[in-house]
Design a protein around this ligand. Structure first.
Ligand SMILES: [Zn+2]
Length: 329
């Protein structure tokens, strides 16, 4: 890598920060009642956040593959402020992204960051964890996350380094959970309980949801995608079984892993359920008709293309994964 290209990359990342400030007006206008000045403070420090309910802030990731411009800032990250402590929910795709999020938190509250919760093992959700080591936070995840993440650690790290560049990658490492959720766990932020639930295999085999009891806000991680085409690294059958279970759970609003900072519930589920139902149905038909995998990937679900962003980057792999799973039914 030449010094010239390194300079370019640094300029690009500074520009990304400035762009955060430029959209400040929109963020401030939809911000809640926690404090009218907080979104301004957050944007000035890097990560633009929106207060979606009292004491709950969400930073919206971009709909893109990880690259040297976004540095892995492609998933939504959130934090919840209680009377005694702050919980962070997902940390972004690199230590750099995690540091920007941490500065945004510190600009809004001086309460200690005691918990870092990961919704699942994917790099765009966990590789910012290192930024919170100094807080001596507890790192909490589904009991199966450590196994999945350990097995993929080397690949996740080397691929991220390639995607964002050596300088931006600095400090990025895997931090495994220090506390795990077997079925469910409640943590208390001081007058504010978060209920964590370990889900059965769907997007991955280690999906964890977080429910803020004070505002009835449900954080779904990548069990909910909006705008950004969903991706599959668990079980399409499992996901389609989990959707009605999630729908039966009451919430005032939900936070997707990719998409708007907050969405109406359960309406937010409809496009996702339609997408996976269609793929499951058409892949089953393709298998019954004796189609090959490449014939199936060329046709199945193409009617969904105009409805989703980054479709071409992920859809064929989704059909491939569904085909491999449903072939053995
Ligand atoms: Zn994911």
């Amino acid at each position: 890598m030449s010094p010239h290209s390194r300079d370019h990359r640094l300029k690009v990342s500074r520009r990304s920060l400035l762009r955060g400030s430029a959209t400040l007006g929109a963020a401030a206008s939809i911000a809640g009642r926690f404090s009218s000045s907080t979104p301004a403070v957050a944007a000035a420090n890097g990560a633009e956040t929106t207060e979606i309910a009292p004491g709950i802030f969400v930073h919206r990731g971009q709909h893109a593959l990880i690259d040297a411009e976004n540095l892995g800032d492609i998933a939504n990250t959130s934090f919840v402020i209680g009377k005694d402590a702050v919980a962070v929910i997902d940390t972004g795709g690199s230590a750099r992204v995690g540091q920007v999020l941490r500065r945004a938190i510190q600009a809004i509250t001086d309460r200690p960051i005691r918990y870092v919760i990961n919704t699942h093992m994917h790099p765009d959700h966990v590789l910012g964890n290192a930024a919170f080591e100094a807080d001596k936070a507890e790192f909490i995840a589904h009991h199966k996350m450590a196994r999945g993440l350990s097995a993929r650690a080397e690949r996740f790290l080397s691929r991220t380094q390639e995607q964002i560049g050596d300088d931006a990658f600095e400090g990025t490492k895997i931090i495994l959970p220090t506390r795990v959720v077997d079925t469910s766990l409640t943590i208390d932020l001081g007058g504010r309980a978060l209920n964590l639930v370990a889900r059965s295999t769907a997007h991955t085999d280690n999906d964890l949801t977080i429910f803020d009891t004070q505002t009835e806000t449900l954080f779904l991680g990548d069990l909910l995608f909006s705008e950004h085409v969903p991706t599959l690294d668990g079980s399409i059958v499992g996901w389609l079984k989990l959707i009605p279970i999630l729908r039966s759970e009451a919430a005032q609003r939900v936070v997707p892993g990719h998409g708007p900072v907050a969405m109406a519930w359960p309406d937010a589920l409809a496009p996702l359920e339609f997408y996976w139902s269609l793929i499951a149905r058409d892949v089953r038909t393709a298998i019954q008709d004796g189609m090959t995998l490449s014939e199936a990937t060329a046709t199945v679900g193409q009617s969904e293309r105009s409805k989703w962003q980054v479709f071409d980057e992920h859809h064929v792999r989704n059909v491939t994964a569904a085909f491999a799973e449903l072939e053995w039914e």
